[in-house]
Design a protein around this ligand. Structure first.
Ligand code: PLP
Length: 371
């Protein structure tokens, strides 16, 4: 047997017939930039995420970058985020010339530890970027309280968490902005790169749309320096079709998580992903188990040998990345993130996973943990 970490071909087979006519029509029209597919997608995704507005953009990274540019964040400013995330979350802060300020995660759910944020706030702080890692929401209430108290904007990095809920509220609709990624491996994946910014304030939404297109409004008139952050019409057309299937796929991911919990009940020296009480809908972008006693790499190798796709998200916390050495952080600064980087392992959770595959993965894992 062989199980990939993600099987996008299985999903495509289900959708082929539905996609074909829409794509054929789009190709015939040769209208590839902005247009009705984007407008429809913005309304559909904003509504799905309980947000007022959506701004369809070129990627999740560009969604984050666009927000910081539209907010005028730059040199001299500080932005607080987690070191235990995909690089883009902090990369965009540095790209606008601001300073990433890291705050450690809490140990159970891998999201930013809200109780440690306030100590990192300085007069230069402009924003907080919490990440809803692996499809589970960060603890937003205390984050929003700190932001209001210090007049900071909150940008939710919901790249892994479309449809996730915090106390019944959808990820990306709680802060000033929410950033989604439609990278193919995310729960709602495009046929290439794509992303979206969500916002509730109409003025903010308008500004995003202008910055997405070189800050141009009206045509050939530029009050601001924006960029080309537009989503392709092709991606919007694909995503409108896929969005209809998202709840079904999410339910399948959640079923897989339950099955793993049952199959791995007896495992020792290992923990299943924990669910926070405030996380009322976990969308399971990744299923990340934790292997203690320095055995993670041994187990990882055993799974690789059994041809089971798995990976570590993320092996090097961002404060230890060479490109951020100028920030002056050292090993030991964020011990919870550093420990997680040594002990976590993501195993397949994609919707099309069969029971036989899950059983094979669980059996291999149990044997590796006992060896
Ligand atoms: C995927 C991801 C991004 C970046 O999205 P892209 O569409 O790949 O640019 C940002 N933050 C997090 C947490 C992600 O997982």
């Amino acid at each position: 047997m062989q199980v990939p970490l993600l099987d996008l071909k299985a999903q495509y087979q289900q959708l082929q017939a539905e996609l074909q006519p829409v794509l054929t029509e789009l190709f015939a029209s040769q209208m590839f930039i902005l247009g009705p597919h984007l407008v429809e997608l913005e309304a559909n995704v904003a509504s799905y995420c309980q947000a007022g507005f959506g701004c369809a953009v070129s990627s999740g990274s560009d969604a984050l970058l666009l927000v910081l540019m539209a907010e005028g964040i730059g040199p001299g400013d500080e932005v607080i985020t987690t070191p235990y995330t995909f690089f883009a979350t902090a990369g965009v802060i540095a790209r606008v010339g601001a300073k990433p300020v890291f705050v450690d995660i809490e140990p159970d759910y891998y999201n930013i530890d809200a109780s440690k944020i306030e100590a990192a706030v300085t007069p230069a702080t402009k924003a907080i970027i919490p990440v809803h890692l692996y499809g589970q929401s960060a603890d937003m209430d205390p984050i929003m309280d700190i932001a209001r108290k210090h007049n900071l904007i909150v940008v939710e990095d919901a790249a892994q968490a479309i449809g996730a809920e915090y106390k019944g509220h959808r990820a990306g609709s709680i802060g000033d902005y929410g950033c989604l990624s439609f990278f193919p491996s995310k729960n709602l994946g495009a046929f290439g790169d794509a992303g979206m910014v969500l916002a509730n304030d109409p003025e903010k939404a308008k500004r995003l749309a202008v910055f997405r297109n070189h800050g141009m409004e009206p045509k050939y008139h530029h009050d601001f320096i924006g960029g080309n952050f537009r989503m392709d019409a092709l991606q919007a057309a694909v995503l409108n079709i896929k969005l209809k299937h998202l709840d079904g796929w999410t339910a399948a991911r959640q079923r897989n998580a339950k099955d793993y919990a049952n199959l791995l009940e007896k495992a020792k020296g290992f923990s299943l992903p924990q669910e926070a009480p405030f996380s009322t809908r976990h969308v399971r972008n990744q299923f990340v188990i934790r292997i203690q006693d320095g055995k993670r790499d041994k187990v990882w190798n055993a799974l690789k040998e059994a041809k089971i796709g798995c990976d570590v998200y993320y092996p090097i916390p961002l404060h230890l990345q060479p490109c951020f050495s100028y920030l002056g952080y050292a090993k030991g600064d964020f011990p919870v993130s550093e420990q997680a980087a040594l002990e976590t392992l993501a195993i397949p959770i994609y919707p099309e996973l069969t029971h036989i595959q899950k059983k094979y993965i669980a059996d291999t894992l149990l044997a590796a943990l006992e060896a």
